[in-house]
Design a protein around this ligand. Structure first.
Ligand code: EPZ
Length: 418
């Protein structure tokens, strides 16, 4: 099994390029089921994307990934018969696999998709996905670990209100309503930039979708165009490296980025005392040795993202005073804490709140990655720690960070994969 070895305490400087968004690419790849042919650009080369590509292939699509320009062309393949099954072996490794449910119901009027099962960061049910599909007229049964869904006469537009804000359920509902007969109104939706990107893509292939606050209005369509689309940049990757730069950066530049995508995060970092310069499409981080404590809570967009909670916690270990962070999205997303404590962090957890006393001196240790964002928080901790840190189980990192070592090495970090 591969490991990362990082020698900390190096001051970083240079430029970090941001890849295409994993969490925007996944629903758009699922949406490509609706088309005859789609070319997507700026697709990150990470394992979750390859899992989704394998899922599309197993349904019968031809997928042609071009490394050179990070594009993928997905097309119906006349030599393969299509089927409507998303198997357990693929969905169990990546929950976003369940997003094929809405598009498959539209395309085949029938779908059999494995229930995703357990997850390291929380129970993560799919009840809201299923509620939305039922409201659109799908008949749904759970049998042998699979969701069996059908809509013999096609889906029909409906008014759907989500009891809780969910990114995936909003996406699945949009994907299903896209081809449903008539009008659908979704209320209390997630409005993450990745959802806006999905809507932009769907409107380009012929969709009629508009939004207002947390409402989404969809006029079902039948005709679908074949297009080429460039996926947005990864705001969580950007946020991760901006936090890394705040920890160990002398001067790190992020060019060709949309600073507005991480407006909330930049505000938090400024409050903590990080020196930041933002221009139209560039962010410069100068870091700061005198960081201030902060109280934070994770919340759906435009709130502070749960996907950056572990990373900002590392920064909090270097701030003067007692910082607090409440995790309001997932019930079990503090698994990085015990590993950070092994490196010397002073953190206590009570219910959904972590209390971080700083500044603390971190020292290198052998640690274990547990999920994507927890893993990257250990990389960040290793960058400021004394001596050598060995991070095990880095396959979690490879699910969502493209060329992590290369990007950090370019800024002079001492990091290698063995
Ligand atoms: C998306 O997951 C992201 N994944 C996650 O990114 C991210 O952490 C999460 O949104 C929150 O921002 C992708 O976009 C592929 P949710 P998703 O449905 O859609 C509960 C990463 O590290 N819920 O918004 O699965 C759920 O348990 C990842 O890149 C229900 O109760 O998240 C959670 O408490 C991990 N019933 C809350 O809603 C449902 O049917 C929000 O989850 C669905 C969700």
């Amino acid at each position: 099994m591969q490991k990362l070895i990082i020698k900390g305490k190096k001051v970083l400087s240079g430029e970090i390029k941001i890849s295409g968004s994993k969490n925007a690419s996944l629903p758009i790849l699922a949406a490509s089921i609706l088309t005859k042919k789609t070319t997507l650009k700026n697709i990150p080369e990470v394992n979750d994307i390859f899992t989704m590509i394998n899922l599309l292939k197993s349904i019968g699509f031809k997928c042609n990934f071009k490394k050179k320009d990070k594009s993928i062309t997905i097309s119906t393949n006349k030599f393969h018969t299509q089927n409507n099954v998303a198997p357990y072996r693929l969905v169990k490794t990546m929950r976003a696999g369940v997003l094929v449910l809405g598009p498959m119901l539209n395309k085949f009027r029938k779908a059999k998709v494995s229930l995703p099962g357990g997850c390291a960061i929380g129970s993560r049910p799919v009840d809201l996905h299923l509620m939305a599909l039922k409201k659109l007229g799908a008949k749904i049964k759970i049998k042998n670990g699979y969701i069996h869904a059908k809509s013999d006469d096609g889906l029909k537009g409906a008014k759907i209100s989500f009891s809780k804000i969910s990114v995936g359920a909003t996406e699945n509902a949009i994907l299903a309503a896209f081809g449903a007969k008539g009008k659908t109104v979704l209320s209390n939706c997630a409005v993450e930039p990745e959802i806006k990107d999905l809507i932009r893509y769907l409107n380009k292939i012929g969709g009629k979708i508009t939004t207002k606050d947390r409402k989404i209005f969809i006029n079902g369509v039948k005709k679908v165009k074949s297009i080429s689309y460039r996926v947005m940049q990864d705001r969580i990757e950007l946020g991760t490296y901006v936090i890394a730069a705040s920890l160990v950066g002398k001067k790190i530049a992020f060019k060709n980025v949309e600073p507005n995508l991480i407006k909330t995060e930049l505000k938090v970092l400024r409050k903590m005392g990080v020196k930041i310069k933002v221009t139209k499409n560039k962010i410069l981080i100068f870091g700061n040795k005198q960081l201030k404590k902060i109280y934070l809570k994770t919340a759906p967009y435009p709130g502070f993202p749960t996907d950056l909670q572990a990373q900002i916690m590392v920064l909090m270990t270097q701030a003067n005073g007692v910082s607090k962070i409440s995790e309001n999205i997932f019930e079990n997303r503090f698994m990085h804490v015990s590993e950070l404590k092994r490196m010397g962090a002073d953190i206590t957890i009570k219910n959904n709140q972590a209390v971080i006393r700083g500044p603390t001196h971190l020292s290198g240790a052998e640690v274990m990655a547990t999920d994507l964002r927890a893993s990257v928080s250990l990389v960040l901790a290793a960058l400021i720690a004394d001596n050598r840190t060995i991070i095990n189980r880095i396959y979690h990192l490879d699910r969502g960070y493209e060329n992590l070592e290369k990007k950090l090495k370019f800024c002079k970090a001492n990091i290698k994969r063995v």
